[in-house]
Every structure is written in structure tokens, then in C-alpha cells.
Write a protein that binds this ligand. Structure first.
Ligand SMILES: [Mg+2]
Length: 218
């Protein structure tokens, strides 16, 4: 499957799409529980259960992505912990080559992310990936996560093109569904956000295992 991308607005998700989600999965499912278990002296299994429940309770909302929320809830400095573990933050193989090639084409490149602005600082410092984008739209500035149609309504106010000429590339199926319902022209699902795990199942002809496959469209 090939898609015409010239003169389009390409809306790239960050975590799992351009960056390997392995870092975030490790961080939230291992680093945080270990820290909390050490501090509370509770067994790690119990802490894990409590944490998974806490994550589940706010799944799909802006709080799920908000380090202020989690720092307060866990009484941990999530920003400092992220900095401490930043060596594990990495770009998906081929993603930088793709952005490099796209930046030579007549396309608009936007980063559309649920990541918190403080986490973005750490990730940009580490990967320098922000330099490829015309603009960066964190859902925290709009007050709605990308899972909400309000995010897309707000975003469109800042884009030079109409929604039909936008292409979203994202690994989150709920986000893809919302963007599709809103009327974003094309939605491409990335099926292997975390390279340490097996790819997600997806029958959509526009799904890609990795963004690097988009290099064939150029
Ligand atoms: Mg993602």
C-alpha cells in the first residue's frame, strides 16, 4: 500500500510511533513500582497491583499522561526519575531517516502527542527529534487527550490545511478511532510500538509495523 503524501500535513505521534515505547513501559511498569516498593516497604506484587489499578482508573484521560498527577499521587518526582533513566530513551530504527527525507519534501510536519511538556523536554534533549517539526502540539496545552474529539477540534485551528489533507501516524487504536471519526484524511496505525514485545494485531491495509516503512512512499 502506498499513500500520496506531497502537500499533506503529516501528524506524527511521539511515543511508540517515533520513539520506542520500551522506555515508557519499562519506566511505568518496573522503575515506578520498584521505587514505591522500596519506599513503602510493601511487597512488589502488592505495589504492582495497586499501581495497575491506579493506571486503569484514569486510562484514556489527560491524567494518565500527566506527570504532575502521578508525582502527587505516588509522592515521587517523576521528572527527576525520568532524567535519571533517560539513557533508555531511543528513537525507533529508521525514524530519523524518515523524518530527514520528509523534511526535503513539500509536506508539513507536526508532532501531536499526549506526552507532558516536562517529559518532552527530556525526550527532545536526548533524541533531538523535535528539530524536524513545524510545530509541536501537546494535548496538555489543549486540556484534552488525543482520545477526545475536542483535541482534534482545537488542533485544526492551528493547521494551515483542512482535516481531509492530514495524515495521522499513531500507535494508539483509540486515538486512531477518534481521529477517523473526526474526519482526519488518513490514519495509519503503527503496530509495533515496543520493540521488546510482539506487534499488535491489525488488519487495516494502512497499518505499518514501523514508521520506517513510510520511506517506501517517498
Ligand atoms: Mg503513542
Amino acid at each position: 500500500m502506498k499513500l500520496e503524501i506531497n502537500n499533506k500535513s503529516l501528524l506524527f505521534d511521539l511515543d511508540g510511533t517515533l520513539l520506542d515505547q520500551k522506555f515508557d513501559n519499562q519506566f511505568w511498569n518496573h522503575v515506578i513500582p520498584t521505587e514505591l516498593s522500596l519506599r513503602s516497604k510493601k511487597p512488589i506484587d502488592l505495589v504492582n497491583q495497586e499501581i495497575q489499578q491506579a493506571y486503569y482508573n484514569v486510562r484514556g484521560t489527560l491524567n494518565w499522561y500527566c506527570i504532575d498527577y502521578w508525582s502527587k499521587k505516588f509522592r515521587l518526582n517523576i521528572f527527576e526519575l525520568t532524567q535519571k533513566h533517560d539513557a533508555k530513551i531511543c528513537v525507533h530504527e529508521g525514524a530519523t531517516d524518515l523524518l530527514e527525507s520528509l523534511s526535503l519534501l513539500p509536506v508539513h510536519l507536526y508532532l501531536v502527542t499526549n506526552a507532558h511538556p516536562d517529559i518532552l523536554k527530556v525526550k527532545f534533549e536526548k533524541t533531538k527529534i523535535d528539530k524536524y517539526f513545524n510545530e509541536i502540539f501537546s494535548s496538555h496545552s489543549f486540556g484534552y487527550p488525543k482520545e477526545s474529539i475536542h483535541y482534534w477540534r482545537e488542533l485544526l485551528k492551528f493547521l494551515p490545511q483542512n482535516k481531509e489533507d492530514c495524515i495521522l501516524i499513531d500507535d494508539n487504536e483509540h486515538v486512531i478511532e477518534t481521529a477517523r471519526n473526526f474526519g482526519i484524511g488518513q490514519c495509519i496505525t503503527v503496530t509495533r510500538p515496543d520493540t521488546s514485545q510482539t506487534p499488535n494485531k491489525n488488519d487495516d491495509p494502512l497499518s505499518l509495523m514501523s514508521v520506517s516503512e513510510m520511506l517506501h512512499w517517498i
